[in-house]
Design a protein around this ligand. Structure first.
Ligand code: UD1
Ligand code: UDP
Length: 363
């Protein structure tokens, strides 16, 4: 079996790290980095820390408008697929790199498989929602992290090639959680006490590209009851500068460079609470039982809200302020995202699929 995995953005490196290991135990992997994220702290750090093999191809696409970035990726991925002739193209999540891979796979008549299938925010203004829907519909194999994701696909008429595998980020967190307590010095480095700070990240287009939303979030975080550590996505730094808000943000928040995964997980695990608009961070907060305030109107990880660990507050300053002071620690944490063995399951399903296709061809 030869699998061509396509990654390009920070969360995809983290997801691919655990799956790649399982894939390479049973077959061959061609790893393609589109270059969507390219700063050292947005890309290389994850390859180094998580032992992800060097990409076989780095397409160097970098930042651009949605259309041009996706188009460049399509143009660059196609010859790689023609050259390497994979049995499967494996895609992760909902970025432009995901969509580009789905389009190439379906045009080149290669089996397309999607990790994190069936997630829906039902907000069509979110670029990621369009990427998810199109990728799921172009895929042959869909790996759903939860039962709700399976149901969402069924609602759209997709019932074939759907596998409830559990969530690969849960695999990843289980693997590193204990390790980071010994290996990360981030609390000392930043002068933080466990339980005495709030960890915040913001990078969603809706929150960064509308000045009013970013300013409202900044206002609320400035009034937080504890110091706020803010590993800033480069997009957010660019916007703070453009809006003339950077100095104010630096006075109010502990703005730092994006962190590596191990240090970031250590902060997630020890923060009093999280304030974020990230998809992955909401889920990791849930796995680590750290209360989360999500600065979005909706989420595709609804199980975390249903369980009481996550609260949706949008970008409204008063709602964020209130949520940051609220008392909320649910007694139980359900396990809607599987058993920590999603990656192994995905590799097994891919192998079975390829073996079956080959034996049918041989008949
Ligand atoms: C992308 C994904 C988003 C995901 C996020 C993870 C899409 C549409 N969006 O959003 O779903 O949650 O990655 O972090 O695919 N930049 C740098 N250096 C980098 C990368 C980006 O400076 O290494 C800056 C550039 O100014 C760029 C901006 O960040 O224009 C946005 O980057 P881009 O990859 O387009 O979108 P993200 O906001 O990172
Ligand atoms: N992350 C990290 N360092 C940071 C911020 C986030 O390692 O400074 C990790 C985080 O643990 C999660 C992933 O990056 O696994 C989430 O990425 P991001 O928020 O950029 O994207 P999203 O999940 O919203 O697509």
């Amino acid at each position: 079996m030869r699998v061509c995995s396509i990654v390009g953005a920070r969360p995809q490196f983290i997801k691919a790290a655990v799956v790649s290991r399982e894939l390479r135990a049973v077959g061959e992997e061609v790893l393609v980095h589109t270059g969507q994220h390219y700063d050292e702290e947005m890309s290389d750090v994850f390859f180094d820390e998580l032992g992800i093999p060097e990409p076989d191809f780095n397409l160097g696409v970098k930042s651009d408008t949605h259309g041009r970035q996706t188009a460049k990726m399509i143009a660059e991925i196609e010859p790689v697929v023609e050259e390497t002739e994979p049995d499967v193209i494996l895609l992760y999540g909902d970025t432009n790199s995901t969509l580009a891979g789905a389009i190439v796979g379906s045009k080149c008549d290669v089996v397309v498989a999607h990790v994190e299938a069936g997630l829906r925010s039902h907000n069509r203004e979110m670029p990621e929602e369009i990427n998810r829907v199109l990728t799921d519909h172009a895929s042959d194999l869909r790996f759903a992290p939860s039962e709700q994701a399976v149901d969402a696909l069924a609602t759209e008429g997709i019932t074939e090639g759907v596998y409830w595998t559990g969530d690969v980020m849960y695999d990843s967190i289980l693997e590193v959680r204990e390790r980071v307590a010994d290996r990360s010095d981030v609390l000392d480095d930043l002068g933080l006490e466990a339980g005495e700070f709030i960890l915040s990240t913001v990078h969603r287009q809706h929150n960064t590209d509308a000045r009013a939303n970013l300013e409202s979030i900044l206002d609320a975080l400035s009034d937080a009851p504890l110091p706020v550590v803010f590993p800033a996505h480069p997009r957010t730094i660019d916007r703070l500068e453009e809006y003339g808000l950077r100095e104010r943000a630096e006075e109010a928040l502990e703005i730092i460079e994006p962190l590596g995964y191990l240090d970031f997980v250590r902060l997630l695990d020890t923060a009093e609470r999280i304030a974020t608009d990230s998809g992955g961070v909401q889920k990791e907060a849930f796995f680590l039982e750290t209360p989360c305030v999500t600065m979005r109107e909706e989420t595709e990880w609804t199980e975390t809200v249903d369980a009481g660990w996550n609260e949706l507050v949008g970008a409204d300053a008063d709602a964020i302020r209130e949520a940051l002071r609220g008392d909320r620690t649910p007694e139980e944490t359900p396990e809607p995202y599987g058993d920590g063995k999603a990656s192994r399951r995905i590799a097994d399903i891919l192998q079975r699929h390829v073996d079956t296709a080959e034996s049918e061809l041989a008949v």
